[in-house]
Design a protein around this ligand. Structure first.
Ligand code: COA
Length: 247
């Protein structure tokens, strides 16, 4: 069971995280399912846009900490890093529809989306350092560019949650809508992206993103190497144990 629902309606492919009992915490199997779906969608001429979403009331609690301890990523071909590269290299528009907790990679993945719709109850958080870890997902490069170094430092070093209003002010979110309008709004914009001339939008996205791709891929490599090291640190083990002990 991959806990990722993949559905297609006309040119819109929706990838919905579907593990609500664990707040959509992402396992290796889920990373693999997402990565494979994106790779297939990149090649599939029938797909014009991807919508990335969660379940009602929860986008994702980020990496599954239990899975991370049992099967930690060991190198660049680990499922989480393959997914991140697939996001960075994805040639078509990605629209994210986010509600509830969007923790860790649940926030950093949004930096690779082209349009983000959130709700007033979305809670973004990048608690890497609190967990004894370091920023991932290219956030050490992209967040300072988006939000400025001061604000990026606050969110990447302190790691406290922040709301959709702040996320919109820093440029991470395009629209804030009530939860019951989240998917219709995301689908509306996704369909607008899909209705643009396909080749023109592919070339335009490439112009927006290509300049930085090499640096971003290099950043993913550097972040990933330190992240993997940190996973076996006493600081990380203590933080993970505290989470599971519900301290
Ligand atoms: N990894 C593994 N399991 C997780 C998880 C994660 N990242 N996040 C939540 N879960 C599990 C909980 O252990 C719990 O399982 P249980 O019912 O078997 O005890 C279940 O999902 C529900 O989580 P809970 O914490 O009770 O829900 P909540 O609504 O009180 O809080 C969050 C939601 C997202 C705020 C909270 O779960 C959280 O902070 N999770 C950890 C986030 C994190 O640090 N992610 C890693 C980023 S690198």
């Amino acid at each position: 069971m991959s806990h990722v629902a993949v559905t297609r309606e006309a040119a819109r492919l929706t990838l919905a995280l579907a593990r609500p009992e664990k707040k959509n915490a992402l396992t290796n199997a889920m990373y693999t399912a997402l990565h494979e779906a994106l790779e297939a969608a990149a090649e599939d001429a029938a797909v014009g846009v991807v919508v990335l979403t969660g379940a009602p009331g929860v986008f994702t609690a980020g990496n599954d900490l239990g899975d991370f301890m049992a099967n930690p990523p060991s190198g660049e071909n680990s499922p989480v890093f393959r997914l991140l590269r697939a996001l960075v290299n994805f040639p078509k528009p990605i629209v994210a529809a986010v509600d509830g907790p969007a923790v860790g990679i649940g926030t950093t993945a949004l930096l690779h989306c082209d349009f983000v719709v959130a709700t007033p109850t979305t809670r973004f958080q990048m608690p890497f350092v609190k967990l004894g870890l370091v920023p991932e997902g290219g956030s050490s490069l992209l967040l300072p560019q988006l939000a400025g170094l001061q604000r990026a430092s606050e969110h990447l070093l302190l790691g406290e949650p922040f709301d959709a209003t702040e996320a919109k002010a820093m440029g991470l979110v395009n629209r804030i809508v009530p939860a019951d309008e989240l998917l219709t709004t995301a689908n509306h914009f996704a369909d607008a992206f899909a209705a643009r001339p396909r080749e023109a939008i592919r070339l335009a996205k490439a112009l927006l993103r290509d300049r930085q791709r090499a640096e971003l891929l290099e950043t993913l490599g550097k972040e990933g190497a330190v992240f993997v090291e940190r996973l076996s640190s006493p600081e990380a083990h203590a933080a993970f144990a505290a989470f599971f002990a519900k301290k």
